[in-house]
Write a protein that binds this ligand. Structure first.
Ligand SMILES: Nc1ncnc2c1ncn2[C@@H]1O[C@H](COP(=O)(O)OP(=O)(O)OP(=O)(O)O)[C@@H](O)[C@H]1O
Length: 565
Protein backbone atom coordinates (compact mmCIF):
# COMPACT_ATOMS: atom_id res chain seq x y z
CA UNK A 1 0.00 0.00 0.00
CA UNK A 2 2.92 2.30 0.72
CA UNK A 3 3.82 2.17 -2.99
CA UNK A 4 0.50 3.77 -3.84
CA UNK A 5 1.07 6.53 -1.35
CA UNK A 6 4.60 7.14 -2.66
CA UNK A 7 3.34 7.22 -6.23
CA UNK A 8 0.67 9.86 -5.68
CA UNK A 9 1.81 11.73 -2.58
CA UNK A 10 2.87 14.83 -4.49
CA UNK A 11 -0.47 15.29 -6.10
CA UNK A 12 -2.60 17.15 -3.57
CA UNK A 13 -5.52 18.00 -5.87
CA UNK A 14 -5.89 14.38 -6.98
CA UNK A 15 -5.60 13.22 -3.39
CA UNK A 16 -8.49 15.47 -2.37
CA UNK A 17 -10.71 14.19 -5.19
CA UNK A 18 -9.89 10.58 -4.33
CA UNK A 19 -10.57 11.26 -0.66
CA UNK A 20 -13.96 12.77 -1.49
CA UNK A 21 -14.77 9.71 -3.61
CA UNK A 22 -13.92 7.41 -0.70
CA UNK A 23 -16.05 9.37 1.77
CA UNK A 24 -19.05 9.24 -0.57
CA UNK A 25 -18.52 5.51 -1.16
CA UNK A 26 -18.47 4.88 2.61
CA UNK A 27 -21.64 6.94 3.00
CA UNK A 28 -23.28 4.92 0.23
CA UNK A 29 -22.73 1.72 2.23
CA UNK A 30 -23.52 3.13 5.68
CA UNK A 31 -26.78 4.75 4.63
CA UNK A 32 -28.25 1.23 4.30
CA UNK A 33 -27.99 0.91 8.06
CA UNK A 34 -30.07 3.99 8.84
CA UNK A 35 -33.55 2.36 8.53
CA UNK A 36 -32.25 -0.78 10.28
CA UNK A 37 -30.94 1.19 13.26
CA UNK A 38 -34.13 3.25 13.33
CA UNK A 39 -36.23 0.09 13.26
CA UNK A 40 -34.30 -1.46 16.16
CA UNK A 41 -34.51 1.72 18.14
CA UNK A 42 -38.27 2.04 17.56
CA UNK A 43 -38.92 -1.56 18.52
CA UNK A 44 -36.90 -1.09 21.68
CA UNK A 45 -39.15 1.86 22.57
CA UNK A 46 -42.35 -0.16 22.71
CA UNK A 47 -44.09 -3.32 21.55
CA UNK A 48 -46.67 -1.87 19.15
CA UNK A 49 -45.96 0.43 16.20
CA UNK A 50 -48.25 3.37 15.66
CA UNK A 51 -49.33 4.34 12.11
CA UNK A 52 -47.17 7.44 12.43
CA UNK A 53 -44.12 5.37 13.33
CA UNK A 54 -44.67 3.01 10.38
CA UNK A 55 -45.10 5.98 8.02
CA UNK A 56 -41.94 7.62 9.43
CA UNK A 57 -39.98 4.40 9.01
CA UNK A 58 -41.19 3.95 5.42
CA UNK A 59 -40.35 7.58 4.65
CA UNK A 60 -36.90 7.13 6.17
CA UNK A 61 -36.30 4.01 4.10
CA UNK A 62 -37.23 5.83 0.89
CA UNK A 63 -35.04 8.77 1.91
CA UNK A 64 -32.14 6.38 2.64
CA UNK A 65 -32.59 4.80 -0.80
CA UNK A 66 -32.51 8.21 -2.47
CA UNK A 67 -29.44 9.16 -0.42
CA UNK A 68 -27.76 5.92 -1.44
CA UNK A 69 -28.42 6.76 -5.07
CA UNK A 70 -26.99 10.27 -4.56
CA UNK A 71 -23.88 8.97 -2.79
CA UNK A 72 -23.38 6.36 -5.52
CA UNK A 73 -22.95 9.23 -7.98
CA UNK A 74 -19.82 10.04 -5.97
CA UNK A 75 -18.21 7.06 -7.69
CA UNK A 76 -17.58 9.60 -10.43
CA UNK A 77 -15.01 11.28 -8.15
CA UNK A 78 -13.20 7.97 -7.82
CA UNK A 79 -12.95 7.75 -11.59
CA UNK A 80 -11.87 11.38 -11.94
CA UNK A 81 -9.21 10.87 -9.25
CA UNK A 82 -8.14 7.55 -10.78
CA UNK A 83 -7.82 8.91 -14.31
CA UNK A 84 -6.03 12.06 -13.16
CA UNK A 85 -3.57 10.25 -10.93
CA UNK A 86 -2.89 7.62 -13.60
CA UNK A 87 -2.44 10.18 -16.31
CA UNK A 88 -0.12 12.26 -14.18
CA UNK A 89 1.88 9.22 -13.17
CA UNK A 90 2.14 8.10 -16.79
CA UNK A 91 3.63 11.48 -17.72
CA UNK A 92 6.02 11.32 -14.74
CA UNK A 93 7.17 7.82 -15.62
CA UNK A 94 7.55 8.61 -19.32
CA UNK A 95 9.73 11.52 -18.24
CA UNK A 96 11.56 9.13 -15.94
CA UNK A 97 12.26 6.80 -18.86
CA UNK A 98 14.26 9.42 -20.70
CA UNK A 99 16.53 9.76 -17.67
CA UNK A 100 17.24 6.04 -17.47
CA UNK A 101 20.67 4.80 -18.49
CA UNK A 102 20.37 3.11 -21.87
CA UNK A 103 21.30 -0.33 -20.58
CA UNK A 104 18.33 -0.26 -18.19
CA UNK A 105 16.01 1.00 -20.89
CA UNK A 106 17.10 -1.65 -23.34
CA UNK A 107 17.30 -4.25 -20.59
CA UNK A 108 13.53 -4.76 -20.90
CA UNK A 109 11.90 -6.02 -24.06
CA UNK A 110 9.48 -3.66 -25.78
CA UNK A 111 6.55 -5.88 -24.75
CA UNK A 112 7.52 -5.51 -21.09
CA UNK A 113 7.36 -1.72 -21.35
CA UNK A 114 4.12 -1.98 -23.27
CA UNK A 115 2.60 -4.27 -20.63
CA UNK A 116 3.76 -1.90 -17.90
CA UNK A 117 2.34 1.19 -19.55
CA UNK A 118 -0.99 -0.37 -20.55
CA UNK A 119 -2.15 -3.35 -18.44
CA UNK A 120 -0.34 -2.48 -15.25
CA UNK A 121 -1.32 1.17 -15.48
CA UNK A 122 -4.94 0.10 -15.99
CA UNK A 123 -4.68 -2.01 -12.83
CA UNK A 124 -3.17 0.91 -10.95
CA UNK A 125 -6.12 2.98 -12.13
CA UNK A 126 -8.54 0.36 -10.81
CA UNK A 127 -6.98 0.64 -7.36
CA UNK A 128 -8.35 4.16 -7.25
CA UNK A 129 -11.46 3.81 -9.36
CA UNK A 130 -12.94 1.09 -7.18
CA UNK A 131 -10.67 -1.15 -5.13
CA UNK A 132 -9.57 1.13 -2.30
CA UNK A 133 -13.00 2.75 -2.09
CA UNK A 134 -14.67 -0.67 -1.91
CA UNK A 135 -12.28 -1.98 0.75
CA UNK A 136 -12.63 1.15 2.90
CA UNK A 137 -16.42 1.15 2.52
CA UNK A 138 -16.70 -2.53 3.43
CA UNK A 139 -14.37 -2.09 6.42
CA UNK A 140 -16.42 0.84 7.72
CA UNK A 141 -19.61 -1.14 7.23
CA UNK A 142 -18.01 -4.05 9.06
CA UNK A 143 -17.09 -1.79 12.00
CA UNK A 144 -20.59 -0.29 12.07
CA UNK A 145 -22.24 -3.73 12.10
CA UNK A 146 -19.94 -4.98 14.84
CA UNK A 147 -20.75 -1.88 16.90
CA UNK A 148 -24.48 -2.53 16.55
CA UNK A 149 -24.01 -6.19 17.43
CA UNK A 150 -21.91 -5.35 20.50
CA UNK A 151 -24.60 -2.86 21.55
CA UNK A 152 -27.34 -5.50 21.19
CA UNK A 153 -25.48 -8.44 22.71
CA UNK A 154 -21.67 -8.41 23.26
CA UNK A 155 -21.43 -12.20 23.76
CA UNK A 156 -23.01 -12.81 20.35
CA UNK A 157 -20.60 -10.35 18.75
CA UNK A 158 -17.67 -12.21 20.30
CA UNK A 159 -18.93 -15.61 19.13
CA UNK A 160 -19.50 -14.31 15.60
CA UNK A 161 -16.02 -12.79 15.35
CA UNK A 162 -14.16 -15.71 16.92
CA UNK A 163 -13.04 -17.38 13.63
CA UNK A 164 -11.89 -14.07 12.15
CA UNK A 165 -8.25 -14.13 13.42
CA UNK A 166 -7.87 -17.68 12.09
CA UNK A 167 -9.34 -16.60 8.74
CA UNK A 168 -6.89 -13.70 8.61
CA UNK A 169 -3.90 -15.93 9.43
CA UNK A 170 -5.05 -18.37 6.79
CA UNK A 171 -5.31 -15.57 4.22
CA UNK A 172 -1.77 -14.41 5.06
CA UNK A 173 -0.49 -17.94 4.64
CA UNK A 174 -2.28 -18.59 1.35
CA UNK A 175 -1.30 -15.23 -0.08
CA UNK A 176 2.33 -16.31 0.22
CA UNK A 177 1.60 -18.89 -2.47
CA UNK A 178 -0.61 -16.54 -4.39
CA UNK A 179 1.78 -13.54 -4.65
CA UNK A 180 4.49 -15.27 -6.75
CA UNK A 181 1.74 -16.36 -9.17
CA UNK A 182 0.88 -12.70 -9.74
CA UNK A 183 4.49 -11.85 -10.61
CA UNK A 184 4.73 -14.89 -12.87
CA UNK A 185 1.53 -13.95 -14.67
CA UNK A 186 2.73 -10.36 -15.25
CA UNK A 187 5.97 -11.77 -16.62
CA UNK A 188 4.13 -14.10 -18.98
CA UNK A 189 1.85 -11.31 -20.17
CA UNK A 190 4.87 -9.11 -20.94
CA UNK A 191 6.62 -11.92 -22.81
CA UNK A 192 3.49 -12.65 -24.82
CA UNK A 193 3.25 -8.94 -25.76
CA UNK A 194 6.89 -8.93 -26.85
CA UNK A 195 6.44 -12.03 -28.93
CA UNK A 196 3.29 -10.65 -30.50
CA UNK A 197 5.19 -7.47 -31.48
CA UNK A 198 7.98 -9.49 -32.99
CA UNK A 199 5.48 -11.62 -34.89
CA UNK A 200 3.68 -8.59 -36.33
CA UNK A 201 6.92 -6.84 -37.27
CA UNK A 202 8.45 -9.92 -38.83
CA UNK A 203 5.34 -11.08 -40.68
CA UNK A 204 6.32 -9.52 -44.02
CA UNK A 205 9.76 -11.11 -43.94
CA UNK A 206 8.37 -14.48 -42.84
CA UNK A 207 5.76 -14.39 -45.61
CA UNK A 208 8.44 -13.79 -48.20
CA UNK A 209 10.21 -16.92 -46.95
CA UNK A 210 6.86 -18.75 -46.72
CA UNK A 211 7.60 -19.66 -43.09
CA UNK A 212 5.00 -17.66 -41.18
CA UNK A 213 4.55 -20.59 -38.80
CA UNK A 214 8.13 -20.08 -37.62
CA UNK A 215 7.06 -17.38 -35.20
CA UNK A 216 3.42 -18.42 -35.03
CA UNK A 217 4.18 -21.70 -33.30
CA UNK A 218 6.26 -20.20 -30.47
CA UNK A 219 3.66 -17.44 -30.13
CA UNK A 220 0.84 -19.96 -29.81
CA UNK A 221 2.92 -21.85 -27.25
CA UNK A 222 3.54 -18.62 -25.35
CA UNK A 223 -0.20 -17.92 -25.35
CA UNK A 224 -0.80 -21.43 -23.99
CA UNK A 225 1.67 -20.73 -21.19
CA UNK A 226 -0.08 -17.42 -20.58
CA UNK A 227 -3.42 -19.20 -20.39
CA UNK A 228 -1.97 -21.67 -17.88
CA UNK A 229 -0.41 -18.96 -15.74
CA UNK A 230 -3.72 -17.06 -15.83
CA UNK A 231 -5.60 -20.15 -14.70
CA UNK A 232 -3.06 -20.87 -11.96
CA UNK A 233 -3.42 -17.30 -10.77
CA UNK A 234 -7.22 -17.55 -10.75
CA UNK A 235 -7.05 -20.87 -8.90
CA UNK A 236 -4.65 -19.75 -6.19
CA UNK A 237 -6.48 -16.41 -5.92
CA UNK A 238 -9.74 -18.34 -5.55
CA UNK A 239 -8.29 -20.48 -2.77
CA UNK A 240 -6.80 -17.42 -1.03
CA UNK A 241 -10.28 -15.92 -1.09
CA UNK A 242 -12.57 -18.89 -0.47
CA UNK A 243 -10.78 -20.68 2.39
CA UNK A 244 -10.57 -17.57 4.66
CA UNK A 245 -14.16 -16.80 3.68
CA UNK A 246 -15.27 -20.29 4.68
CA UNK A 247 -13.48 -19.98 8.03
CA UNK A 248 -14.98 -16.56 8.71
CA UNK A 249 -18.48 -17.88 7.89
CA UNK A 250 -18.11 -20.31 10.80
CA UNK A 251 -18.86 -17.20 12.82
CA UNK A 252 -22.49 -17.94 12.01
CA UNK A 253 -22.18 -21.31 13.77
CA UNK A 254 -20.65 -19.53 16.78
CA UNK A 255 -23.52 -17.08 16.64
CA UNK A 256 -26.16 -19.83 16.62
CA UNK A 257 -24.53 -21.86 19.41
CA UNK A 258 -24.15 -18.74 21.56
CA UNK A 259 -27.75 -17.68 20.74
CA UNK A 260 -29.06 -21.05 21.91
CA UNK A 261 -27.13 -20.84 25.14
CA UNK A 262 -28.20 -17.22 25.82
CA UNK A 263 -31.88 -17.87 25.02
CA UNK A 264 -32.01 -21.05 27.11
CA UNK A 265 -30.50 -19.09 30.01
CA UNK A 266 -33.03 -16.26 29.52
CA UNK A 267 -30.27 -13.77 28.83
CA UNK A 268 -31.50 -13.03 25.30
CA UNK A 269 -35.04 -12.12 24.29
CA UNK A 270 -36.33 -13.58 21.02
CA UNK A 271 -37.04 -10.11 19.70
CA UNK A 272 -33.43 -8.98 20.24
CA UNK A 273 -32.21 -12.27 18.78
CA UNK A 274 -34.07 -11.53 15.52
CA UNK A 275 -32.26 -8.22 15.27
CA UNK A 276 -28.87 -9.75 16.03
CA UNK A 277 -29.49 -12.50 13.45
CA UNK A 278 -30.24 -9.84 10.87
CA UNK A 279 -26.98 -8.02 11.68
CA UNK A 280 -24.96 -11.26 11.81
CA UNK A 281 -26.19 -12.26 8.33
CA UNK A 282 -25.32 -8.82 7.03
CA UNK A 283 -21.88 -9.20 8.64
CA UNK A 284 -21.27 -12.52 6.88
CA UNK A 285 -22.07 -10.87 3.55
CA UNK A 286 -19.54 -8.08 4.27
CA UNK A 287 -16.90 -10.65 5.26
CA UNK A 288 -17.57 -12.50 2.03
CA UNK A 289 -17.10 -9.30 -0.03
CA UNK A 290 -13.88 -8.46 1.83
CA UNK A 291 -12.50 -11.93 1.26
CA UNK A 292 -13.02 -11.43 -2.48
CA UNK A 293 -11.49 -7.96 -2.48
CA UNK A 294 -8.29 -8.82 -0.62
CA UNK A 295 -6.76 -11.20 -3.21
CA UNK A 296 -7.86 -8.81 -5.96
CA UNK A 297 -6.06 -6.03 -4.12
CA UNK A 298 -2.85 -8.08 -4.18
CA UNK A 299 -3.01 -8.30 -7.97
CA UNK A 300 -3.71 -4.62 -8.43
CA UNK A 301 -1.16 -3.51 -5.83
CA UNK A 302 1.54 -5.59 -7.50
CA UNK A 303 1.10 -3.35 -10.54
CA UNK A 304 1.51 -0.29 -8.33
CA UNK A 305 4.76 -1.81 -7.06
CA UNK A 306 5.99 -2.44 -10.62
CA UNK A 307 5.33 1.20 -11.45
CA UNK A 308 6.99 2.35 -8.26
CA UNK A 309 10.05 0.22 -9.05
CA UNK A 310 10.65 2.29 -12.21
CA UNK A 311 10.92 5.36 -10.04
CA UNK A 312 13.62 3.76 -7.96
CA UNK A 313 15.86 2.92 -10.93
CA UNK A 314 19.03 5.00 -11.06
CA UNK A 315 19.04 8.22 -13.04
CA UNK A 316 21.58 9.30 -15.55
CA UNK A 317 23.30 12.37 -14.15
CA UNK A 318 21.61 15.40 -15.69
CA UNK A 319 23.28 18.37 -14.04
CA UNK A 320 26.84 17.15 -13.87
CA UNK A 321 30.28 18.67 -13.73
CA UNK A 322 29.75 20.78 -16.79
CA UNK A 323 32.72 20.07 -19.04
CA UNK A 324 31.76 18.59 -22.37
CA UNK A 325 34.67 19.25 -24.65
CA UNK A 326 38.33 18.34 -24.83
CA UNK A 327 40.12 15.07 -25.25
CA UNK A 328 38.51 11.64 -24.98
CA UNK A 329 40.73 9.32 -22.98
CA UNK A 330 39.96 5.62 -22.72
CA UNK A 331 41.81 3.94 -19.91
CA UNK A 332 41.49 0.14 -19.94
CA UNK A 333 37.78 0.47 -20.65
CA UNK A 334 35.88 -2.81 -20.83
CA UNK A 335 32.21 -3.42 -21.42
CA UNK A 336 29.92 -6.34 -20.82
CA UNK A 337 26.46 -6.73 -22.32
CA UNK A 338 25.48 -8.94 -19.41
CA UNK A 339 26.91 -12.01 -21.07
CA UNK A 340 29.62 -14.37 -19.84
CA UNK A 341 32.41 -12.64 -21.72
CA UNK A 342 33.17 -8.95 -22.19
CA UNK A 343 32.30 -7.33 -25.53
CA UNK A 344 35.09 -4.77 -25.16
CA UNK A 345 38.36 -5.68 -23.50
CA UNK A 346 40.53 -3.06 -21.78
CA UNK A 347 40.50 -0.37 -24.48
CA UNK A 348 43.08 2.38 -24.11
CA UNK A 349 43.30 5.29 -26.54
CA UNK A 350 42.97 9.04 -26.72
CA UNK A 351 41.14 11.17 -29.25
CA UNK A 352 42.14 14.81 -29.30
CA UNK A 353 39.76 17.72 -29.55
CA UNK A 354 39.15 18.65 -33.18
CA UNK A 355 40.43 15.31 -34.44
CA UNK A 356 38.81 13.24 -37.17
CA UNK A 357 38.99 9.72 -35.77
CA UNK A 358 37.74 6.64 -37.58
CA UNK A 359 36.85 3.38 -35.88
CA UNK A 360 37.08 0.41 -38.18
CA UNK A 361 37.21 -3.35 -37.91
CA UNK A 362 35.40 -6.52 -38.93
CA UNK A 363 31.72 -6.88 -38.26
CA UNK A 364 30.98 -7.60 -34.60
CA UNK A 365 34.36 -6.32 -33.41
CA UNK A 366 32.67 -3.81 -31.07
CA UNK A 367 32.77 -0.54 -33.02
CA UNK A 368 29.17 0.53 -32.31
CA UNK A 369 29.48 -0.55 -28.69
CA UNK A 370 32.56 1.67 -28.32
CA UNK A 371 30.72 4.58 -29.95
CA UNK A 372 27.82 4.08 -27.50
CA UNK A 373 30.26 4.32 -24.60
CA UNK A 374 31.79 7.51 -26.04
CA UNK A 375 28.26 8.92 -26.36
CA UNK A 376 27.63 8.16 -22.69
CA UNK A 377 24.70 5.86 -23.50
CA UNK A 378 26.32 3.13 -21.48
CA UNK A 379 29.14 3.14 -18.95
CA UNK A 380 32.20 0.89 -19.09
CA UNK A 381 31.93 -2.08 -16.74
CA UNK A 382 35.57 -1.50 -15.76
CA UNK A 383 38.21 1.09 -16.60
CA UNK A 384 37.16 4.60 -17.54
CA UNK A 385 36.36 6.96 -20.36
CA UNK A 386 36.86 10.66 -19.75
CA UNK A 387 36.11 13.72 -21.80
CA UNK A 388 38.11 16.82 -20.94
CA UNK A 389 39.43 14.97 -17.88
CA UNK A 390 35.97 14.16 -16.46
CA UNK A 391 34.32 10.77 -16.44
CA UNK A 392 31.56 10.87 -19.07
CA UNK A 393 28.98 9.63 -16.57
CA UNK A 394 29.77 12.62 -14.34
CA UNK A 395 29.47 15.30 -17.02
CA UNK A 396 25.70 15.13 -16.92
CA UNK A 397 23.46 14.55 -19.90
CA UNK A 398 22.38 18.19 -20.13
CA UNK A 399 25.90 19.45 -20.74
CA UNK A 400 27.08 16.44 -22.67
CA UNK A 401 24.35 16.48 -25.29
CA UNK A 402 24.56 20.20 -25.75
CA UNK A 403 27.89 19.65 -27.45
CA UNK A 404 27.89 15.98 -28.44
CA UNK A 405 25.74 14.52 -31.19
CA UNK A 406 25.43 10.81 -31.92
CA UNK A 407 24.01 9.72 -35.26
CA UNK A 408 23.28 6.01 -34.98
CA UNK A 409 23.25 3.19 -37.49
CA UNK A 410 19.48 2.99 -37.40
CA UNK A 411 18.01 6.26 -38.58
CA UNK A 412 15.47 7.72 -36.18
CA UNK A 413 12.86 9.93 -37.79
CA UNK A 414 9.43 10.83 -36.45
CA UNK A 415 6.06 10.99 -38.13
CA UNK A 416 5.61 14.62 -39.10
CA UNK A 417 6.94 16.93 -41.75
CA UNK A 418 10.47 17.31 -43.09
CA UNK A 419 10.64 20.66 -41.33
CA UNK A 420 9.63 19.19 -37.95
CA UNK A 421 12.23 16.46 -38.28
CA UNK A 422 14.98 18.94 -39.11
CA UNK A 423 14.02 21.46 -36.45
CA UNK A 424 14.76 18.85 -33.76
CA UNK A 425 18.42 19.82 -34.33
CA UNK A 426 17.87 23.55 -34.02
CA UNK A 427 14.39 24.88 -33.43
CA UNK A 428 15.37 28.41 -34.54
CA UNK A 429 16.61 27.47 -38.01
CA UNK A 430 15.17 29.40 -40.93
CA UNK A 431 13.67 27.68 -43.96
CA UNK A 432 16.72 28.78 -45.96
CA UNK A 433 19.02 27.03 -43.49
CA UNK A 434 16.90 23.87 -43.73
CA UNK A 435 16.96 23.94 -47.52
CA UNK A 436 20.71 24.56 -47.46
CA UNK A 437 21.43 21.40 -45.42
CA UNK A 438 19.14 19.40 -47.69
CA UNK A 439 21.28 20.62 -50.59
CA UNK A 440 24.45 19.65 -48.71
CA UNK A 441 23.30 16.04 -48.55
CA UNK A 442 22.19 15.97 -52.18
CA UNK A 443 18.46 16.03 -51.45
CA UNK A 444 17.76 19.27 -53.30
CA UNK A 445 16.41 17.65 -56.45
CA UNK A 446 14.22 15.31 -54.42
CA UNK A 447 13.02 18.15 -52.24
CA UNK A 448 12.04 20.48 -55.11
CA UNK A 449 9.81 17.74 -56.55
CA UNK A 450 7.81 17.43 -53.34
CA UNK A 451 4.40 19.11 -53.65
CA UNK A 452 4.48 20.43 -50.08
CA UNK A 453 8.21 21.08 -49.78
CA UNK A 454 9.33 21.29 -46.17
CA UNK A 455 5.76 20.60 -45.09
CA UNK A 456 5.76 17.18 -46.72
CA UNK A 457 4.80 14.41 -44.29
CA UNK A 458 7.36 11.61 -44.09
CA UNK A 459 5.28 8.97 -42.23
CA UNK A 460 6.08 6.91 -39.16
CA UNK A 461 9.88 6.74 -38.83
CA UNK A 462 10.12 8.14 -42.38
CA UNK A 463 8.23 5.24 -43.98
CA UNK A 464 7.46 7.32 -47.10
CA UNK A 465 11.21 7.77 -47.77
CA UNK A 466 13.76 5.46 -49.32
CA UNK A 467 16.57 4.08 -47.11
CA UNK A 468 19.08 6.51 -48.64
CA UNK A 469 16.70 9.48 -48.28
CA UNK A 470 16.15 8.66 -44.64
CA UNK A 471 19.88 8.45 -44.02
CA UNK A 472 20.53 11.74 -45.79
CA UNK A 473 17.72 13.49 -43.93
CA UNK A 474 19.26 12.29 -40.69
CA UNK A 475 22.68 13.62 -41.76
CA UNK A 476 21.10 16.93 -42.85
CA UNK A 477 19.75 17.20 -39.31
CA UNK A 478 23.25 16.59 -37.93
CA UNK A 479 24.64 19.30 -40.21
CA UNK A 480 22.13 21.75 -38.79
CA UNK A 481 23.16 20.98 -35.24
CA UNK A 482 26.86 21.91 -35.60
CA UNK A 483 27.78 20.17 -32.36
CA UNK A 484 31.34 20.27 -30.98
CA UNK A 485 31.64 16.50 -31.09
CA UNK A 486 30.02 14.39 -33.77
CA UNK A 487 29.79 10.62 -33.38
CA UNK A 488 28.71 8.82 -36.54
CA UNK A 489 27.92 5.13 -36.84
CA UNK A 490 28.21 4.16 -40.50
CA UNK A 491 26.26 7.24 -41.52
CA UNK A 492 26.35 6.63 -45.27
CA UNK A 493 25.93 2.86 -45.50
CA UNK A 494 22.77 3.14 -47.63
CA UNK A 495 24.27 5.57 -50.16
CA UNK A 496 26.00 5.00 -53.48
CA UNK A 497 29.68 5.96 -53.50
CA UNK A 498 29.12 9.24 -55.39
CA UNK A 499 26.43 10.48 -52.98
CA UNK A 500 28.48 9.17 -50.07
CA UNK A 501 31.38 11.37 -51.17
CA UNK A 502 29.15 14.48 -51.43
CA UNK A 503 27.59 13.88 -48.03
CA UNK A 504 30.90 13.24 -46.26
CA UNK A 505 32.45 16.33 -47.85
CA UNK A 506 29.61 18.42 -46.48
CA UNK A 507 30.02 16.84 -43.06
CA UNK A 508 33.74 17.60 -42.95
CA UNK A 509 33.13 21.15 -44.16
CA UNK A 510 30.50 21.93 -41.53
CA UNK A 511 32.38 20.09 -38.79
CA UNK A 512 35.80 21.51 -39.63
CA UNK A 513 37.96 21.76 -36.48
CA UNK A 514 35.31 19.84 -34.52
CA UNK A 515 35.82 16.34 -33.16
CA UNK A 516 34.41 13.71 -35.52
CA UNK A 517 34.47 10.07 -34.54
CA UNK A 518 33.10 7.86 -37.25
CA UNK A 519 32.53 4.12 -37.45
CA UNK A 520 33.15 3.18 -41.07
CA UNK A 521 33.26 0.09 -43.22
CA UNK A 522 34.55 1.67 -46.44
CA UNK A 523 38.18 2.57 -45.85
CA UNK A 524 38.27 5.03 -48.74
CA UNK A 525 36.01 7.31 -46.68
CA UNK A 526 38.49 7.58 -43.82
CA UNK A 527 41.97 7.74 -45.39
CA UNK A 528 42.12 11.41 -44.37
CA UNK A 529 41.43 10.63 -40.72
CA UNK A 530 43.89 12.00 -38.15
CA UNK A 531 43.63 8.73 -36.33
CA UNK A 532 42.22 5.34 -37.25
CA UNK A 533 41.39 2.89 -34.46
CA UNK A 534 41.37 -0.67 -35.73
CA UNK A 535 39.33 -3.13 -33.69
CA UNK A 536 39.10 -6.89 -33.70
CA UNK A 537 37.27 -9.17 -31.24
CA UNK A 538 36.52 -6.26 -28.90
CA UNK A 539 40.14 -5.12 -28.70
CA UNK A 540 42.05 -2.23 -30.23
CA UNK A 541 44.63 -4.02 -32.35
CA UNK A 542 46.21 -0.97 -33.99
CA UNK A 543 45.87 2.79 -34.15
CA UNK A 544 47.45 5.55 -36.20
CA UNK A 545 47.09 7.29 -39.54
CA UNK A 546 46.24 5.50 -42.77
CA UNK A 547 49.88 5.44 -43.81
CA UNK A 548 51.05 4.28 -40.39
CA UNK A 549 48.52 1.44 -40.32
CA UNK A 550 49.43 0.36 -43.83
CA UNK A 551 52.93 -0.10 -42.52
CA UNK A 552 52.26 -1.74 -39.20
CA UNK A 553 48.98 -3.68 -39.46
CA UNK A 554 48.49 -6.70 -41.62
CA UNK A 555 44.76 -6.73 -40.93
CA UNK A 556 44.51 -3.11 -42.08
CA UNK A 557 46.50 -3.86 -45.24
CA UNK A 558 44.14 -6.75 -46.01
CA UNK A 559 41.11 -4.59 -45.43
CA UNK A 560 42.55 -1.82 -47.60
CA UNK A 561 43.34 -4.28 -50.37
CA UNK A 562 39.69 -5.36 -50.53
CA UNK A 563 38.31 -1.84 -50.47
CA UNK A 564 36.34 -1.36 -53.70
CA UNK A 565 37.62 1.32 -56.09
N1 LIG B 1 22.44 -5.62 -26.67
C1 LIG B 1 23.36 -6.57 -26.85
N2 LIG B 1 23.35 -7.65 -26.07
C2 LIG B 1 24.28 -8.61 -26.22
N3 LIG B 1 25.27 -8.57 -27.12
C3 LIG B 1 25.32 -7.52 -27.93
C4 LIG B 1 24.37 -6.46 -27.84
N4 LIG B 1 24.69 -5.54 -28.78
C5 LIG B 1 25.78 -6.01 -29.43
N5 LIG B 1 26.16 -7.19 -28.91
C6 LIG B 1 27.33 -8.00 -29.32
O1 LIG B 1 28.48 -7.22 -29.11
C7 LIG B 1 29.41 -7.44 -30.13
C8 LIG B 1 29.84 -6.10 -30.74
O2 LIG B 1 28.72 -5.55 -31.39
P1 LIG B 1 28.84 -4.16 -32.15
O3 LIG B 1 27.50 -3.81 -32.67
O4 LIG B 1 29.52 -3.19 -31.28
O5 LIG B 1 29.81 -4.56 -33.33
P2 LIG B 1 30.21 -3.74 -34.62
O6 LIG B 1 31.68 -3.85 -34.73
O7 LIG B 1 29.65 -2.37 -34.57
O8 LIG B 1 29.48 -4.58 -35.73
P3 LIG B 1 28.95 -4.14 -37.17
O9 LIG B 1 30.12 -3.65 -37.96
O10 LIG B 1 28.42 -5.42 -37.72
O11 LIG B 1 27.90 -3.11 -36.96
C9 LIG B 1 28.78 -8.36 -31.13
O12 LIG B 1 29.28 -9.66 -30.93
C10 LIG B 1 27.31 -8.31 -30.80
O13 LIG B 1 26.70 -9.53 -31.04
Amino acid sequence: MSYIYKLIRNNQSVNRIVLLGWVLRVMEELVDLVPVVMFIWMVNQGDVFSLLQITALSGLSIFALLLKFAFAQGGYFNFVGAYQSTNQLRVTLLDRLRRLPLNLLLGKRSGQWQHLFTTQFKQFEEVFSHLLADIIAQLMLFIALITILVYLQPMLALATLLPLPIAWLCYRLLSQFFTPKITADHHEQALASSQLFEYLQGLTMLKSYAVTDLLLEPLVMRLQILRRSGLTLEKSGGIASQVPNLISQFGLVGFLVMSGWLISNDVLAIQTWVFTALIALYLMQVQHTLSMLLPESKVLLSSAKALYDIQTLPNQTIEGKGVSYGRFVLDHASFNHGLETDTLHGLSASINEGQFCAIIGPSGSGKSTLLNLLAGFQAPSSGSITLGGIDIADIGTKNLYQSLLHVGQHVQLFSGTIRENLLIADSLSTDNALISVLEDVGLHQWFTNLPLGLDQQIGENGMYLSGGEKQRLSIARALLRRADILLLDEPTSALDSETQKTVLQSLHKVYQNKTIIMVAHRLDTIVQADQIILMEYGRIVAKGSHQALLKKSRLYRDMWQYTPE
